[in-house]
Design a binder for this molecule. Structure first.
Ligand code: NAP
Length: 236
C-alpha cells in the first residue's frame, strides 16, 4: 500500500485544479491529476514532476461513465487507498438558447459528474484514516446571496443552480457520512484569475487554491457539511 496520503483532483490540467494539485503535492500528498484529455493530464503531471512532486496523470472526463466506473479499481490496484477527493472540474459556459440545453450541460459536469465520482469512491474514502471530500462550489450557488440581489449580472440559471445543487449534495453526503471519519465540505475559492474567472478577478490561483487545500487537510475536529472560504463559513 502507498504510504503517502493519496488525493484525486478532477479538472486538474489547468486553473484552480492544477494549483490545488501542486499545493497538495507540496504538502506531501501523492496527487492524481484527472483531466478529460489524456495528453493534457500528462502535460500537467510532467510540469509538477519537474517540481519534484509525486503526481500521476489520469484520463477522467467527469461526464463519462466508463471513466468513472474504472476509478475504484485504479485506486485499489495502484495505491491501495484514496484519502482525498476534490471535485473541482466545472464549467460556466455562456447561456445560449434554448437555455434548457445550457442547464442540462452544466448540471452534467458540475452536479452529476461530482455526484457520480463521489458515489464510486466513497467506500475507499471511508476506509482511509482521514477521508476528505471537497466540492469546489461558488458563492454564486448561495441562495442567500442571489436572493439578496448580490449576484448582479451573474444571476443566470445554469451555473448558479448547479452550484446550489452541489451545495445540497455536500450537506446530504456529510449527513450520510456523519458516523464515519469522512468530512465533506463545499469550498468557495474566491473570484480567481483563470480561464473561467477572467483577468478582472482579484485573486491569483495560489490564493484561490487555499480553501480547497485547507478542507482536504482538516483535522479530526474540523467541520463537515459546511460552505467555506478561507476558514470562514458562508451563507447557504
Ligand atoms: P478553468 O480554468 O476553466 O478550469 C476548469 C477545469 O475543469 C479544466 O481543467 C477543465 O478541463 C475541467 N473540466 C471541465 N469539464 C470537465 C469534464 N467534463 N471532465 C473533466 N474535467 C472537466 O476554471 P477554474 O476557475 O479553475 O474553475 C475550477 C472550479 O472552480 C470550477 O468548478 C469552478 O466552477 C470553480 N470556481 C471558480 C471560480 C473562479 O473565479 N475562477 C470561482 C468560484 C468557483 P478542460 O481544460 O478540458 O476544459
Amino acid at each position: 500500500m502507498q504510504t503517502k496520503q493519496v488525493a484525486l483532483v478532477t479538472g486538474a490540467n489547468k486553473g484552480l485544479g492544477f494549483e490545488i494539485a501542486r499545493q497538495l503535492g507540496q504538502k506531501g500528498f501523492l496527487v492524481v491529476l484527472g483531466a478529460r484529455d489524456q495528453a493534457k493530464a500528462e502535460a500537467a503531471a510532467a510540469t509538477l514532476c519537474g517540481e519534484s512532486l509525486h503526481v500521476r496523470a489520469l484520463k477522467l472526463d467527469v461526464t463519462n461513465s466508463d471513466d468513472i466506473a474504472k476509478l475504484p479499481a485504479y485506486f485499489e490496484n495502484e495505491f491501495g487507498r484514496l484519502d482525498v477527493l476534490i471535485n473541482n472540474a466545472g464549467v460556466n459556459e455562456p447561456e445560449g438558447e434554448p437555455r434548457i440545453d445550457s442547464l442540462r450541460k452544466t448540471f452534467e459536469t458540475n452536479v452529476f459528474g461530482a455526484f457520480a465520482i463521489t458515489e464510486v469512491l466513497t467506500p475507499l474514502l471511508k476506509a482511509a484514516p482521514a477521508g476528505r471530500i471537497v466540492n469546489q462550489s461558488s458563492i454564486l450557488g448561495s441562495l442567500t446571496l442571489i436572493s439578496d440581489g448580490q449576484g448582479g449580472a451573474w444571476t443566470k440559471p445554469a451555473y448558479t443552480s448547479s452550484k446550489a445543487a452541489l451545495n445540497m449534495l455536500t450537506v446530504v453526503a456529510a449527513y450520510e457520512l456523519k458516523d464515519t471519519k469522512v468530512k465533506v465540505n463545499a469550498a468557495h475559492p474566491g473570484w480567481v484569475k483563470t480561464d473561467m474567472g477572467g483577468d478582472a478577478a482579484p485573486l491569483d490561483v495560489q490564493e484561490g487554491a487555499k480553501t480547497a487545500v485547507e478542507l482536504a487537510m482538516l483535522p479530526e475536529d474540523g467541520p463537515t457539511g459546511a460552505f467555506i472560504h478561507l476558514g470562514k463559513n458562508l451563507p447557504w
